[in-house]
Design a protein around this ligand. Sequence first.
Ligand code: NAI
Length: 246
Amino acid sequence: MKMKGKTVVITGGANGIGAVAAELFGKQGAQVAIIDFNENAGEKLAARLHAQGIEAAFFKTNVAKDSEVKSTAEKVLAHFGKVDVLINNAGITRDAMLLKMESETFQQVIDVNLTGVFHCTQAFLPAMLEVGKGKIINTSSIAGLGGNVGQTNYAASKAGIVGMTRTWAKEFGRKGINVNAVSPGFIETDMIGTIPEKVLAHIKQMTPFTRLGRPEDIANAYLFLASDDADFINGTVLEVDGGMLK
Ligand code: NAI
């Protein structure tokens, strides 16, 4: 029970990695606030977690909208009374080669993946500062560290996450807040659903373990960084990609 009594906020928590993380944290004793704009999936997940005896609540929110995030933070604090861990996991892709990428598509990905993390951290950090302890975990990507064809917008957003993570680690370390990031490789979720089989086979071959990652692989990394075991880890980017980037 590594998370007993902790309140954990997970953005993009309704599906994929976030949903698996919500269940894992719940099983480890946490109260879980699921933040997502997919109401149907979010409500269903909260109900499924409840049925397992996990204290979970869903808060419909578009992380790209500052006012929605602020109002959700107030609701989460009113509901759970505190927040110990924030996992900035919500993310989207809108891929195109550079010369074909529209400015709106570029901005859309930045708004969710980068500005969304800025909004959520601004909204939830004050409650952590008040008690002088907290863990913030951001989600970068192998594309942010190594670049990826067709992902100018996505790679830029995920590289930006690294800069914000290291900046916040320096700004808030002395106030008792750890800020770290996880950088997933290619993980079996809806996000990679549009990648053709042939390309996926190539990706597996490029990975020393010759497989894709599973959502559990990332959820376990979130759990480690959120736990007391990681109290002296700050400003790091944990690569969970099976060694693909090396
Ligand atoms: P997913 O597509 O399965 O789930 C993403 C969740 O975020 C969905 O529930 C979606 O509704 C939510 N979301 C999207 N935009 C939102 C918004 N504006 N406001 C609130 N919620 C929003 O994706 P997956 O794979 O679980 O990704 C989770 C994180 O991991 C993302 O940040 C992604 O960029 C990152 N990642 C994923 C990789 C992969 O191969 N699946 C690789 C590297 C990073």
